[in-house]
Every structure is written in C-alpha cells, then in structure tokens.
Design a protein around this ligand. Structure first.
Ligand code: WTA
Length: 655
C-alpha cells in the first residue's frame, strides 16, 4: 500500500459526516432495509427472486453450480437477452416509451428512439448480421462512436447469440488487431467517424489498417455518421444502411442457454496483454437489471436515466445498454465531450430532458469543479433525484461538491464500486436505505459477499485495512478470460485461497463502513480508465530508440492518476529533446490509443535500480509526485536519481 493510500486511510477513519436518505425517497424506495436480511438469510434464494424479474423461456433447474473458480448460474434456464431488453417492453404495452434520447455532439443533432422503434432496429440488425453468416457463438467486434447503432449492434448480437467485443473508439489500430485476433471476430461494425470536440474524427482508417492483419474478419459494416471520405474494400465493406436498414423489420428470436456468452470486453491487467473478460447471459442480466433498479431506485415510468460512460467500457455495457434496457428505462445517450458546445453542455442536456438520475465518474466531477459553480447554476437541475459515481475512488471534496452544486443538497449520492470482471455493482449504498459518508461506497450490496484480508489472506474482520476480496460467487461474475483458463485462475483466484482478489485495497472504518483505496497492483486508473504500467512500458520499448522504460501512475488532481514514463534511450538523444518526447507520446498513442499517452516522459541515461537490478518504482512514484526524496545516498547510483528528479521537476513546472 502506498504512503498516499495510508495517509488518506487515516483521514478517512475520521469522517463523521453522514447524510440520511431523503424522507420522500425512503418512503417510496424500490427496496427497503429488509432486503439485506433477506439476502443474508438465503443468498441463492435472493438471486433466484431477482432473476424472476426477467422473462425466461425455460426455467432453470439449479440456481448455482459452483466448481471453484468456475460458476454457472441459473443452470438449464433459457432466455433471449435482447427480447428481455426490448421486445417484452413492447409486448407489455410500453412500445411508445422512449428508450433512448440520443444527443449527438453537434447541437440539434438528436434522435428519440422508442422501444417499438428499437425493436425494429435490433431486428433489422440481427437479420443483417445473419445475412453475413454470423451465427450463435460467433464473435463480432464493435468499434463505434456513441451513436444509437452501438447499442443496436450489441443487442443484435445478443439476439442471435453471437458475442460482441466492443472496442473503445479511442483505441488504436494495433489495439484493434490484438482484440480482433484474440477473439477471432468474424465481422467488425464501425463508422466513417464520430464527432469529438466539434470536429469529425475518423474511425474507419484504423479498421482498414487493422483488418488487413486479421484473417478472421470477413466483413466490415460501416455506419455513415460524419460523411467523411472512406477507403472501400469491395466485397468486404458494406454500409450499415445497405446491410441493415434494407432488412425485414421482424426477426424471430431464439432462446439461448443462461450461460451463452454475451460479450467479451478487453481490459488491462498487471501483465502486458489485455484480457478478454467473458460475460454470459442470465446471471449477468439478472444482476445488472436488479442493481440498476435498486441502487438508482429506478421508476421506469417516470425516471430519465443518464449514464455518461462510453459503450466501450463496462459501465456503458451494464448501465447504458443492458441494465437500463432490461428495466424498460428511458435514458439519455450523449455522443460528445463535456465541453462540446460549451462547458455547460451536460447541464443543458439535464435541463432539456429532465434527467432524474445521473451516473458519472469522479474525474468528470472534478473537471466541472474546476470550471466553477456558475455553469451548473445557470441551469434548472431540479429534476435530478439520485446521483451516482463510478470508476475510481471519489474524494470527499468532489463528493460534497457533487451533492451541493449538482444535487442541490437534496439528492443522495451512490458511489458504486465494481469492475469489468464483476460485471455489475458490488459495493454501493441503497439510496432509500443507507445514510452515506462523503467518499465511501459504504458496503456490499445484498447478495454480495466481500472481505478485507491481510497479506496472508486472513480476514481483518470488520476493522482495519488490507486487500479487497469477494468471498462468494455472484451472478454477473466473469466466467473466465477468453481462451485462457489458467490465466483466469492465476490472475484472480491464486493470491488468496478460495477468494476472488479484486486488485484493490480497502478498509473498514470505526463504524464498519467500507472505503475503497484504489489499486494495489500495476494497474493505473486514468480518468476512470484502466491501463497497466506494463502495457505502456511495452509500447514504449517497441520504439526503436528506446532501451528501457518504467511507467508509474502519479496522483493527479483531475484525472485521479496520470501516466509518467521514465525512459532510457539508445544512442544520442538529449534529455531536453521535446520533439522526441512528443514522438514517444505519439508512438504510445499508435500502439495503444491516445488515452495511454504519458503526461510526462523523463529521459534519462539510466533508471534507478536495486542492487539485484529491479527498477525502484516506489521511488519513481515519489519523483513523479514531487515528493521529498529523503536520503538517496545509499542507492547504487544516487546521481541518477538526482538527475531524474531534476528533469521531472522541470517538466512538472511547465504543466
Ligand atoms: C476502480 C469500472 C473506488 C477500482 C466499473 C476497480 C473504483 C477498477 C470504484 C475497475 C469506486 C471502480 N471506488 N474505486 N466506486 N469503481 N473503481 O474494470 O480500482 O474499468 O478495480 O470497471 O476501478 O475498473 P473497470
């Protein structure tokens, strides 16, 4: 655990502020305090009851088959995920309800899509995919901006039993190659481009470059969004409007097994290669739907929900596509950046659509804090009633600001802890039940078993800090890493016997309230995005002039952490060569994506190492965070450290 984590840990134990649930919300809340007792008394019975919220074509024979660490939930049950998210709402008479208020980045570029319309769109896309030979069990890669077709494509895959692998539009061609190849995707769905900060930004060129190296891909379907010029490979490429919109408007959906793969989502671990996290159908949809309904107190008839995450991340999967649509919610989907069309864009969207529930990330909240109270103050945000946070620890100041300025001191805040691997929320308050503390996700949700253990895997009980583990299987848990059973076992289940190790530190405070303290491994959290230090190091050393690279995540007031790289070069490059630093940053963007560009790159003739040759990362973090270094004279080469520290100081002074 880092010194920074320890300091914040002490500060947190003293947090005495508590915010009770608003009386009105508590009185009409979807769930009450009894739900905890009910789930504790019969965990599997609790989840079975929640699964009944879905429409099953065949009931399950057994709730859970647990062969550690492999779980099957709702064994023998059959359902169609897309039917659950779309068709059944139409059949229930809610076809006219808006499913998506889509807001494009260019102003006035909007589209409202009802559930009945969504049913047609998904059916056409399912027919279109089948016409391209996609069948149940195949993989489809989705590389799209935040346009309705992204959600439609995901649901179309689900409808025909194909697994999607959504790749965030900010990833590079190389990242696409890795993901398409690992998944052996048959079809890629992309767009000519998307809008980013007022300008069209191309997507298709990355796909063209990638697919040349991906023999598994037979077709590329292209949504026309920005009308940019695109290269075209005859026979391989098809326009969405030809391949999909010309298809019949109905599609006969089949039932699939509860354990039918629903999607793969690649995420960074402690080693270089991203892992394809596998999620399946029945358990995943049960937990995403239940948690979305309970933690946001969703009332589908009246609420307008807005999750600001991109569909390229797990939050966009679970709380934009699957959870909300399974619940028949009306939601906002926004294409652009928070400052497109003005720094009050979000607040004008909330005002216009009467958003009642907002789900976003601490990094966004901190950015808005910097932009000042005036901008939200210029808009009527009184429709809001519940505020959510996800992706990284939320610092108490940001929590208080969110509550006061956005929530008008009346909306409860639900800080939700979970991961790509957990599929759905695991630790969060319930807005009508829990009195919350600023900055804490409070405790495990009903039906979820967490523990905090010491280095030996021994539970610390309900006092003290250590490593966060999950001690019982849960319905939305990952079913494995695509094609790598051993890696699944090693990564998650080997550190502590019989327990899932989350990679996060956590602590119980004196009142048995749980605080999440961030990653304890080599995974960085940049604006809520997971990037591993090794991944960035591998990208850097793949540059012909780089000899060695060490990458650390340094605390950053806005993005949570920022990437700082320490690099030694082959031959002569001087340490003030800004052009070379820029070249390296661009190289990382090419290898991984712009989100992985280091904030600073320190060029140095050597890296500080222990006598056994290990890079002293802790020291590099101290340097990157501009901490007092103390006595370095005992190190193998103190001059190296002083030189690196000096260069870092210069770079830091410039930003
Ligand atoms: C971090 C995002 C503190 C954590 C849903 C976790 C959080 C990683 C919180 C997963 C939170 C997520 N408080 N930390 N409320 N939510 N994290 O896979 O370190 O992109 O391990 O899933 O984000 O990131 P991922």
């Amino acid at each position: 655990m880092s010194t920074q984590q320890q300091t914040s840990l002490e500060a947190l134990s003293n947090e005495l502020r508590r915010f009770e649930p608003p009386a009105e919300l508590a009185a009409s809340a979807n769930v009450t305090a009894e739900v905890y007792e009910q789930a504790a008394a019969d965990r599997l019975g609790f989840w079975a009851e929640q699964a009944q919220r879905l429409q099953w074509d065949r009931p399950w024979d057994e709730v859970l088959d647990w062969q550690p660490p492999f779980a099957k939930w709702f064994v023998g049950g059959q359902l169609n995920v897309a039917v659950n998210c779309v068709d059944r709402h139409v059949e229930a008479g809610n076809g006219d309800r808006v499913a998506l208020h889509w807001v494009g980045e260019p102003e006035d570029d909007t589209r409202d899509i009802t559930y009945a319309q969504l049913q047609v769109l998904v059916s056409q896309a399912a027919n279109g995919l089948e016409a391209l030979g996609v069948t149940a069990g195949d993989r489809v890669c989705i590389y799209l901006p935040m346009v309705p077709e992204a959600v439609v494509s995901m649901l179309a895959c689900a409808r025909i039993g194909a697994a999607h692998s959504v790749v965030f539009g900010g990833f590079s061609a190389q990242a696409l190659v890795d993901r398409i190849t690992d998944a052996e995707a048959k079809v890629v769905i992309t767009a000519d481009g998307g809008y980013r900060r007022g300008a069209p930004s191309a997507l298709k060129p990355a796909v063209d470059e990638a697919v040349q190296r991906c023999p598994s891909v037979t077709n590329v379907v292209v949504v026309k969004r920005t009308k940019q010029d695109v290269e075209w490979v005859e026979g391989r490429d098809l326009w969405w409007h030809d391949a999909v919109e010309a298809q019949p408007e109905t599609h006969q959906a089949e039932s699939f097994d509860a354990e039918q793969p629903l999607f793969l989502l690649y995420t960074s671990g402690t080693t270089g290669k991203p892992k394809g996290i596998l999620h399946t159908s029945g358990g995943y949809l049960t937990q995403t739907a239940w948690s979305h309904w309970a933690v946001f107190d969703l009332k589908p008839e009246t609420d307008v929900f807005w999750c600001t995450a991109d569909v390229g991340w797990v939050t966009g999967h679970s709380y934009l596509t699957y959870g909300p649509l399974a619940n028949g919610a009306t939601q906002v989907m926004y294409e652009g950046t928070p400052d497109a069309g003005g720094r009050d864009r979000w607040w004008s969207i909330i005002e216009k659509y009467g958003v009642t529930i907002l789900y976003t990330a601490p990094t966004a909240i901190r950015t808005f804090m910097k932009w000042g109270d005036d901008l939200p103050g210029q808009h009527d945000l009184s429709s809001l009633r519940v505020l959510g946070s996800v992706g990284e620890p939320i610092n108490p100041e940001a929590w208080m600001w969110y509550r006061r300025v956005i929530g008008g001191d009346r909306c409860p805040i639900v800080d939700t802890w979970w991961q790509t691997e957990t599929g759905a929320m695991m630790i969060a308050p319930l807005p009508g039940v829990t009195a919350t503390k600023p900055g804490s996700a409070m405790g495990p949700l009903p039906g979820i078993a967490v523990d905090v253990v010491d280095g030996e895997g021994v539970s610390v009980g309900k006092t003290g800090g250590g490593f966060l583990t999950l001690s019982e299987p849960w319905p939305a848990m990952l079913r494995g890493i695509w094609g790598d059973e051993d890696r699944y076992r090693d990564t998650y289940w080997s550190r502590f016997e019989g327990q899932y190790f989350a990679g996060d530190g956590a602590k119980w405070d004196d009142e048995h309230v749980l605080w999440l303290l961030g990653r304890v491994d080599d995974v960085m959290n940049i604006s809520g995005h997971r990037i591993s230090t090794t991944e960035v190091e591998s990208a850097l050393v793949s540059h012909p002039k780089v000899a060695e690279a060490a990458v650390v995540g340094a605390a950053d007031p806005t993005t949570g952490q920022a990437i700082v790289a320490f690099v030694t070069v082959k031959g002569n490059v001087t340490d003030d060569d800004d052009a070379f630093r820029e070249e390296l940053r661009n190289h990382v963007a090419k290898e991984i994506g712009a989100i992985a560009k280091p904030r600073q790159i320190v060029l140095s003739p050597e890296l500080p190492k222990t006598r056994s040759g290990k890079i002293m990362r802790r020291l590099l973090v101290d340097i990157a965070e501009r901490r007092e270094l103390g006595d370095v004279t005992t190190l193998a080469d103190p001059a190296v450290v002083q030189e690196i520290d000096r260069t870092m100081g210069e770079l830091a002074a410039r930003t």
